[in-house]
Write a protein that binds this ligand. Structure first.
Ligand code: ACM
Length: 556
């Protein structure tokens, strides 16, 4: 009996020792895959050397960036040198198999970083910056500080490759300065895809030189609605626009994002959510002689592209052709959600195609169009991404979508859409709209908020959601490519409101994308977010106070 207990104790000890220790209180978010707290602190000397002789060009480039970041935000003297003399030593290592992975070790002898790629070094430095005194990580300049770092051992890599954030700039427009501010935050929390929802019924927001009316007509609506109903009236009774990005501005943002290891995926909605486009060019609608208008309220317009008219399909292709060179991403999102078939049912050309191709549902006209656009994009070296309706809409021809190899962005029904995508052998991105998950981080977190939803889509509900349910079999799990926080702007027209709703849920989605599900811990996350509050405040970001405001943080 005694021997058995001893055995049991020994076994327990072995398991305990072999389990990586996850220190929830080390202030790195997303929580690393493995993070151990060691004894003591390391204080950065005032003249700091970063050793790069073993770093390869990848590590050297990131060391230069880190040097500049420290020079901008601290009064430390920083130079690059050899590992022998350095306090921060970099080594390019083939042992790190995940391209985004890295190790970071801090002890009394200094700091050692290994990675295999530029982005791996970038993420190692993001983690190191997160451990610096508040504000430094977001470039807030402070001098005369002591730069104490907790001794720590980190071995890290992301759970999912795709960790995204989508912003709708059609319903309300955000400047390139605003976008860059959001990209900075994404990069710090290791998010790597910015999904830019550039067009919708309520406004076309990107310059297309071949079709100038898209922005001279399509970027303006004659009325708009108030986003904060406390102001009283619903309608603003004011023209909204013209608001759009020039192609130079797009290039500038894409380049800025690439500098932060963020890929920009453009979304040009077609054939639905297309009222702004057919208002500019009614000849490509189902009713050229009819009345058209840039949509002035929330909701969905029935004024869609005439997918049975080859000239209209060419219009769509021309738009994409002009945009392709601006976006190096391998994927182009063409929307495809919430597309009414009303206009097709009343259009002679559409009815002819429907009959000739023996369709059983008018939504198959959309499947056929999506397949054609996917083929066009494939000929230009791009794959398509679509919203889940491409496969979940009643009557959709899923075999046609399967052929396209599309990535399916799953929002509603999210899990059902993901299951269907995986069954078709298509990758899916989880961005649950609400219900049990709420990755739609524009939705109201509580009753005091202004915006969409009923006020219950709070941080906890979002954080505790499992993007890949335990019931998904291992062979299907490989199709779950990642997670995305999605932000719609029907009810949000400025950065203050956006940040109030989006933060810190954005960081919660970042953690869902990076940290193994079993190591996520809401209390640990909240404690880390509380530590980030001073940094957010100093860098001029608002945040939602629920769960993370604490005594000493002034009410926002
Ligand atoms: C969506 O929320 N309509 C994709």
């Amino acid at each position: 009996m005694t021997i058995r207990i001893k055995h049991f104790f020994f076994l327990f000890l072995c398991i305990a020792l072999s389990m990586p220790t996850i220190a929830q209180d080390i202030n790195i978010t997303p929580l690393p895959k493995q993070v151990k707290k060691l004894q003591g602190e390391y204080v950065l000397p005032h003249n700091l050397v970063i050793g790069v002789n073993k770093a390869g060009k990848e590590g050297r480039r990131e060391a230069e960036r880190f040097c500049n970041e420290l020079k901008a935000a601290t009064d430390l003297g920083v130079t690059l040198g050899k590992n022998k003399q350095a306090q921060i030593r970099l080594e390019k290592s083939k042992k790190i198999s995940n391209p985004e992975g890295y190790t970071l070790h801090i002890d009394a002898n200094g700091i050692d970083i290994t990675a295999a790629t530029e982005v791996g070094f970038f993420y190692a430095f993001r983690s190191l910056l997160k451990l610096m005194p508040e504000g430094v990580a977001l470039g807030v300049r402070k001098t005369g500080m002591s730069y104490k770092l907790p001794c720590t051992d980190v071995a890290d890599e992301p759970r999912f490759h795709y960790r995204g954030f989508m912003l709708d700039v059609s319903r309300h427009f955000f400047t390139t300065k605003d976008i860059k501010k959001l990209l900075n935050l994404m990069a710090l929390y290791k998010m790597n895809y910015f999904h830019w929802h550039l067009t919708d019924d309520q406004g076309w927001r990107v310059e297309i030189k071949k079709y100038p009316k898209l922005t001279t007509v399509g970027a303006t609506r004659h009325n708009s609605w108030n986003t904060d109903l406390r102001t009283g009236s619903y309608w603003t009774n004011q023209t909204y626009g013209p608001y759009f990005y020039t192609q130079d501005e797009i290039r500038d943002v894409v380049e800025y994002a690439a500098g932060l290891h963020i890929t920009v995926i453009p979304e040009i909605e077609m054939p639905g959510h297309f009222a702004a486009a057919v208002t500019a060019y009614p000849e490509f609608s189902c009713d050229p002689a009819g009345k058209h208008g840039v949509w002035v309220d929330g909701g969905i317009s029935t004024d869609v592209l005439n997918v049975a008219d080859p000239k209209a399909v060419q219009f769509a292709k021309d738009i994409l052709e002009e945009l392709i060179p601006l976006f190096p991403a391998p994927v182009f999102h063409i929307g495809g959600d919430e597309t009414p078939t009303t206009a097709w049912k009343a259009n002679e050309l559409c009815k002819q195609v429907y009959e000739k191709e023996q369709m059983s549902d008018f939504s198959q006209l959309q499947s056929r169009f999506t397949r054609e656009i996917a083929g066009f994009l494939r000929s230009k070296g791009k794959r398509i991404a679509v919203w889940n309706e491409a496969i979940t809409a009643k009557g959709a021809a899923t075999d046609m979508i399967k052929e396209t190899g599309a990535t399916v962005f799953c929002w509603n029904p999210c899990q059902k859409g993901a299951e269907m995508a995986a069954d078709l052998g298509l990758n899916c991105i989880i961005t649950n709209w609400g219900g049990d998950g709420c990755y739609y981080i524009n939705r109201r977190a509580n009753q005091a908020d202004f915006g969409a939803g009923r006020g219950g889509d709070n941080l906890r509900k979002m954080y505790d959601y499992w993007p890949v349910p335990a019931t998904v079999s291992a062979d299907k799990q490989t199709y779950y490519a990642g997670v995305q926080a999605t932000f719609w702007c029907e009810h949000v027209s400025n950065m203050e409101h956006l940040e109030h709703l989006a933060l810190p849920r954005l960081m919660g989605v970042a953690e869902a994308g990076w940290t193994p599900q079993e190591d996520k811990n809401f209390d640990g996350f909240v404690a880390r977010m509380k530590k980030d509050v001073p940094m957010l405040r100093e860098a001029g970001y608002r945040y939602h106070p629920q769960y993370i405001d604490y005594e000493g943080a002034e009410a926002k």
